[in-house]
Design a protein around this ligand. Structure first.
Ligand code: FAD
Length: 534
């Protein structure tokens, strides 16, 4: 670990003390980040309940998470072993098109040739039936269950993406590439990450109180003046961060901020989760999160060093909790026979504003869109970055508050659209649940975009203003992978010379074949790391 994540930012202004209520992933990520940003110039207190547990899920991430650890000046070797973490190259979707079919949404930019996206070229001249295999190196690595690091620890990015592409592709230059997309994310045990960040934070001066917040007091302007705890008296600060999960104790319960439900467009509102013991000797650690379509939703599979996290996300309008648990247990097999199931009710949507007066909701307290693309922690990270960027100067902070709230709204609404695309764009339509996904209301803007995408694959213009949340290539992956919406190539490509595009397709295939030979499996990689550490 690099010592002393020195303060990165200058004077935080009038806000000198922050009280964070809640110590799950959101609470501790926020506390650690604020310390890394401001050092001793801001007092940070985290109060978390011993009785009210954290939600106990949330173990797959998006590739942007790398910037979080970088900001904290942490190397992978500092935190990964402590959190039983593994690598994730993307999301594997199984049975969304038809039984037995799978495709990936990898963490890899889509190239372009002669000004046209490779996906457009692929529609014009498909190399195989697999868009993902033809256009991304990562899809082959996921299929072959490879690690993104070589056996000696060298990361894939240093070896793979140099000199790749045709000069127009973001992948043609490693620095540019990394700015646009990093090739992998992580899976980790959420409670171990919270524990790791607790130590990180308290080592740097975060005050940690284990207690229940029982009351939130407001002043005459509706700002929080203090919170009362059961055993530690009163806590007060300039800024309060609500990380109390779905309860949203400050934002919803005390300030009464309205909630914008996404239930009409995303009906999955329940989940049942199991933590299945992992036998690394017998089972491959797949380098991806798997989302397997089911009769009333989908099952996630997240491989960790210690265990497999799995759960069925479903709509209770179509399936009972008992049936969901039964299906999940059958899916997992006898290994989970003795494991207790965790049933969860999900509040799908967002707080109308996440920053109200001197309260900012982060994590589930601010909002949540079902975990299909592992965006919960991505939302947390984005919110923390924004709160540091728009750090409150005082009570007259309306402009900053509005800018912050707009940013949070854009990211959440963008992800909402993106997830809706998975369902309306999936070819599967074999029962009431899946048929309804084709007729259910979707956001108007998405409906308009889909009409455009039928004639022109997603690009930065057609995904605006959600571009910074999810890049156009992500939409391409789902649209062309899930197979329910017919997409045509640009007519201009019928007139264009395909030679350079063919060279690019050949290069991707050769690169993928070579890497599959060179890279170890994750099991081999982590076994080597453990042996080296001894
Ligand atoms: P929690 O983890 O619930 O923490 C709440 C904290 O508040 C706890 O510490 C609790 O003690 C404290 N608290 C509550 N009330 C009080 C009180 N009165 N006084 C003091 N303390 C209090 N995200 C991803 O990025 N990837 C995934 O794969 C993923 N999968 C998910 C699967 C499901 C089924 C669900 C529901 C969510 C998933 N998420 C995922 C989202 C992810 O779980 C959350 O983003 C993450 O766990 C953050 O949770 P949190 O910190 O907001 O809330």
């Amino acid at each position: 670990m690099n010592s002393g994540a020195a303060a990165n930012l200058t004077d935080p202004g009038k806000t000198k003390s922050v009280v964070i209520v809640g110590g799950g992933t959101a609470g501790w990520m926020t506390a650690a980040y604020l310390k890394a940003a401001f050092g001793d110039r801001v007092d940070v207190t985290v109060v978390e309940s011993a009785q009210i547990g954290a939600i106990g899920v949330g173990e797959a991430t998006f590739s942007d998470i790398r910037h979080f650890f970088e900001f904290l000046r942490l190397e992978e070797s500092d935190w990964m072993p402590a959190c039983n973490a593994t690598y994730k190259l993307g999301v594997r979707f199984e049975d969304w098109r038809e039984p037995g079919h799978h495709f990936y949404h990898p963490f890899e930019q889509l190239g372009s040739v002669d000004g046209f996206s490779l996906s457009d070229w692929w529609l014009r001249m498909p190399q195989s039936s697999r868009f993902d295999r033809d256009c991304f190196v990562m899809a082959a690595l996921c299929d072959a269950e490879r690690s993104p690091r070589y056996a000696d620890g060298t990361p894939l990015a240093q070896g793979v993406f140099e000199n790749v592409g045709d000069g127009q592709s973001a992948r043609s230059n490693i620095a540019e590439y990394q700015g646009a997309q990093f090739p992998y994310a992580y899976h980790f045990e959420a409670h171990l990450l919270a524990k790791f960040l607790t130590k990180y934070g308290t080592d740097r001066g975060v005050k940690h109180i284990t207690d229940n917040v029982v009351d939130v007091a407001l002043d005459h302007q509706g700002f929080v003046s203090h919170v009362n705890t059961a055993e530690n008296g009163t806590l007060s600060g300039d800024l309060y961060i609500d990380c109390t999960g779905f309860r949203a104790l400050l934002l919803k319960q005390a300030l009464g901020e309205p909630f914008v439900s996404f239930q009409d467009t995303l009906p999955n509102n329940s989940a049942v989760a199991l933590q299945v013991p992992m036998d690394m000797e017998r089972k491959a650690i797949r380098p991806c999160t798997t989302a397997t379509a089911q009769d009333a939703g989908w099952i996630w599979t997240i491989p960790l060093i210690s265990r497999i996290g799995t759960g069925y996300v479903y709509a209770d309008e179509y399936l009972s909790a008992e049936e969901a648990e039964k299906t999940l247990r059958e899916f997992v097999g006898p290994e989970a026979a003795d494991v207790q199931a965790n049933h969860i009710k999900m509040r799908i949507g967002r707080s109308e504003r996440s920053w109200v007066n001197n309260v900012v909701g982060i994590g589930l307290a601010s909002g949540f869109v079902e975990p299909l693309e592992s965006t919960g922690i991505f939302f947390i990270h984005h919110a923390i970055e924004q709160i540091v960027r728009y750090f409150p100067g005082g009570r007259d902070d309306d402009v900053r508050r509005d800018a912050y709230n707009r940013s949070i709204e854009h990211v959440m609404e963008g992800v909402r659209e993106f997830l809706c695309l998975h369902y309306v764009g999936a070819k599967r339509a074999d029962n009431r649940y899946w048929k309804d996904t084709k007729t259910r209301k979707i956001p108007d803007a998405l409906a308009e975009r889909i009409e455009i995408w039928k004639h022109k694959v997603p690009d930065s213009e057609s995904v605006y203003p959600y571009y910074h949340g999810l890049p156009p290539y992500s939409y391409n992956c789902i649209l062309l992978g899930a197979g329910g919406i017919e997409v045509k190539h640009s007519p201009a490509l019928d007139l264009a010379d395909p030679t350079a595009a063919q060279v690019e397709f050949d290069r991707i295939r050769q690169k993928a074949d070579k890497l599959v030979q060179e890279l170890p499996s994750q099991n081999e990689f982590f076994a080597a790391m453990r042996a080296n550490a001894k």
